[in-house]
Design a binder for this molecule. Sequence first.
Ligand code: CTP
Length: 411
Amino acid sequence: MQAKRILLVIGGGVAAYKTLELIRRLREQGARVRAVLTAAGKQFVTPLSVASLAGSPVFDDLFSLTDETEIGHIQISREADLVVVAPATADLLAKMAQGHADDLASTLLLATDKKILVAPAMNLRMWLHPATRRNVALLRGDGVIFVGPEEGDMACGEYGPGRMSEPAAILAAIDAALRGDTTIPLPGGVLGLAGRRVVVTSGPTHEPIDPVRYLGNRSSGKQGHAIAAAAARAGAEVVLVSGPVELQDPPGVATRHVSTAAEMLAAVEAALPADIFIAAAAVSDWRVGEIAAQKLKKGGAPTALPLVENPDILALLAQRQEARPRLVVGFAAETENLLDNAQAKLARKNCDVIVANDVGDKAAGVMGEEENQVTIVTRGGTQTWPRLRKEHVALKLIAYLSKLLEGRGDA
Ligand code: CTP
């Protein structure tokens, strides 16, 4: 925490009194706090008490000439190491999710290039309302970190989820957030992939054994779907070929649903030509040679299940003579010799980039998780990225690929 700069946005909720304690604790641990009060926040705590505890002036007005000449709102939002919103009201979350910028707090939250941590506080019905659920999902997708809310008695006399987390819990979440990379990467500069076509595979494949059973794997599709969403945000026309997953189709992406590796290959080929092909799917290496026409019965357990190799979609795309995408990107989950194996895979499959993660003996700890730690391997070298949320890995990857496509890459 020592010398870390926290920009604290205080929204209008009864829980704002707990934020005063949070400021005191942050400063005790050596952090520097700059506080911004919303108009509603001022109804619950006074600028004077916030300023006294923070040891610096409180900002509350977007159009204050003094504030703007001394320090502009963009500067306030950028010079922080982390932005914290506590209490984060339903209205503040809605504004953030929709990108409103009609007061100082919402403008800072839109202008910042730093991670945002929110501590929601509201009545339980407001927290459980579908509108708030949607906003929370959008914000999580944008990489916003949530702490709480907790379940308990509320100031309004009801009981349920909606209480702001205690200062100690918020402090611990701030500490954890500060340990990671707090800068949010821009997706490929401004619309870095406008006019480009990107095809992404994601999720597992299901290879049928009989009409009800299949061979599958634990892939959740989170990383591949996040990549498709990031490419769309960067302005690309995106086709996502998805195996069976429990995720929503990303907005602005043409999603094709498939089940087997053979269907995935056919859908990928139908989506060509493309500038970039990203193979994020965990394609089953094998399928069952002869699929039983009827459900296999309990008594007649097959003594063997002969498997045949599936087409390697990544290798086929990378080795195409005609209509080869300019950039072919593969994934590699390695358990040992990460870099050597990734380099070998790059050469063997003829791809341009391998996104490698060392899963050690914890493959299940990456699959389905929210975070990923990857190393980018090209013929020119390697770079290891910090552990990031999968959405951020996706944005960083898209930014990296759009540079590579323009010949500005360092790879
Ligand atoms: N892949 C694919 N089609 C397959 C198998 C894999 O497109 N039939 C792609 C995955 O989407 C991923 C990469 O290839 O981008 C992963 O390769 P991986 O399965 O790890 O490597 P293998 O070729 O199976 O080699 P090995 O099992 O020896 O690591």
